[in-house]
Design a protein around this ligand. Structure first.
Ligand code: MN3
Length: 253
């Protein structure tokens, strides 16, 4: 009997997930398959939840040649989706945690039961980091605001030195992680690196205004082992308008 109830609730969850999948519009994506028979067993077990994959704000091919189309498709549709799915799974029996934003989750990891703290750290971090990553890139580029440019000159010896420091932090990150430009509570900028899907918000060191993903999945198809080449090319994709807005928000807060 309890098995039946469990199976019914799973089928119900899959039905909702199927509807959500069918209505999700992502530029350049293939039409989603419909019908439960086509869902994998893993998808059938996906609980619906409060967190959803944001659509890319541009086409998959928009960042060519610096980031290739296939990398963008897999990175967004598969890797980021998995962080969202795993986050929803982690909080499925936690109404209090379901009500929290992803920023609240990563800044308040101690509030989570110990048994799910690591899954939340990894999946909420991954969701937050990638959501920012898509937003701070653009085909155009733009320029830093006067406010941000002054802070970069004051704290990091100028844009070129900032880029060198971020490239260095990203290249030296052993294994997987991110390199960041972080604004502390006073608005002072610094360069940092974190492992895995950690985020500077987690230890209170500041608000990331810019971050570059140095996991191999972010670059391996095009750059293979040449992480420094990926980092050098990545600067061509930075949306300085959004980075400037993030800095203004960090200073204002
Ligand atoms: Mn990634």
């Amino acid at each position: 009997m309890s098995t039946l109830v469990t199976r019914r609730s799973l089928i119900g969850a899959a039905a909702v997930a199927g509807v959500a999948l069918g209505s999700r519009v992502v530029p350049g994506s293939a039409a989603p398959s419909r019908g439960f028979a086509r869902l994998t067993s893993a998808q059938q077990e996906d609980p619906t939840g409060p967190h959803t994959l944001p659509a890319l704000p541009y086409d998959y091919a928009a960042l060519e040649p610096h980031i290739d189309t296939l990398t963008m498709q897999i990175h967004h549709d598969k890797h980021h989706q998995t962080y969202v799915t795993n986050l929803n799974k982690a909080v499925v029996d936690q109404p209090d945690l379901q009500a929290m934003s992803v920023e609240q989750l990563v800044t308040g990891l101690d509030a989570a039961p110990e048994a799910i703290r690591t899954p939340i750290r990894n999946s909420a971090g991954g969701h937050l980091n990638h959501t920012m990553f898509w937003e701070i890139m653009a085909p155009g580029g733009g320029a830093a605001s006067a406010q941000l440019a002054a802070a970069i000159d004051r704290d990091l010896a100028g844009l070129e030195a900032l880029q060198t420091a971020v490239n260095d932090a990203g290249a030296k990150r052993f294994g997987s992680g991110w390199a960041w430009v972080v604004a502390d509570a006073s608005g002072t900028l610094s360069v940092a690196s974190t492992p895995n899907q950690d985020n500077p918000l987690m230890d209170g060191s500041g608000t990331p205004i810019l971050g570059v993903d140095v996991w191999e999945h972010a670059y391996y198809l095009k750059y293979q082992n040449r992480r420094p080449d990926y980092l050098a090319a990545w600067w061509n994709t930075v949306n300085w308008d959004v980075v400037s807005q993030r800095y203004a928000a960090a200073v204002g807060a």
